[in-house]
Ligand binder design. Structure first.
Ligand code: ADE
Length: 224
């Protein structure tokens, strides 16, 4: 799949999307991630991307023209399944939405900044508004990085151990069971016996029980 990210701060995304699983997925050609500096579509001398809001409120608003030019240019090159705007007032992001996005061919993510974008962008150009939680970030870049990371890592082939993405927390609606590694005994703290038993059916049963117990305890809302 291809993800085009439109931002005023490319450096915030470059680092976050060039390490570990995401780096490998890009190298393997599973995901093409293209980061666009919105200022490249601002054609005044100062490359101005924002302006004062009509109505005289405090703060600045991202202008429509550069965003329109950038999105129109991208849309002339390929079809986009979703044009996403990251904003605290979007729908709440979750694993189900990550799974859905991971099945699409091409998406654009527009990162908001300042007081946000001219509302006409949201009315006429954006197809989906996503929030990563009920708090306000300085800009949408970290949200775009969260969305891109969570989508790319579940593209088949991105994670070496294919089973691993399927056993993530939330994939079956539950939190993941606890995991342990060697040594089996440390500081008098031991790993649950069953995990050392080699009895795969019992291990599986224990993991399912633990997943349910942890979900009941920590995230009962997921069971409703
Ligand atoms: N931009 C600012 N805050 C945000 C949030 N919580 N989610 C997505 N985009 C944002």
């Amino acid at each position: 799949m291809r993800i085009d990210i439109i931002t005023l701060h490319p450096a915030l995304l470059d680092g976050a999307l060039s390490e570990s699983i995401i780096k490998r997925a890009r190298e393997k050609g599973l995901a093409e991630i293209v980061i666009h500096n919105l200022r490249d579509w601002c054609d005044d001398m100062r490359r101005t991307a924002d302006d004062y809001p009509f109505g005289g409120e405090a703060g600045m608003v991202m202008k429509i023209e550069p965003i329109y030019k950038c999105i129109t240019e991208l849309k002339s090159q390929r079809h986009y399944d979703e044009i996403i705007y990251t904003s605290p007032d979007g729908i709440q992001y979750n694993q189900g939405e990550a799974n859905r996005l991971s099945l699409l061919d091409n998406i654009i993510i527009l990162c908001g900044h300042y007081k946000g974008v001219d509302h006409r962008v949201r009315e006429h150009l954006i197809t989906r508004e996503i929030s990563i939680g009920d708090y306000v970030l300085t800009g949408g870049e970290l949200a775009a990085a969260v969305i891109t990371d969570s989508v790319v890592r579940i593209i088949p082939g991105a994670i070496g151990d294919e089973a691993s993405a399927l056993t993530d927390s939330f994939q079956d609606g539950l939190l993941a069971p606890p995991v342990y590694t060697r040594p089996a005994e440390f500081n008098g703290w031991s790993v649950p016996e069953v995990l050392l038993s080699g009895h795969f059916a019992k291990i599986d049963e224990w993991q399912q029980e633990q997943a349910m117990e942890r979900t009941k305890l920590l995230r009962p809302d997921l069971l409703k």
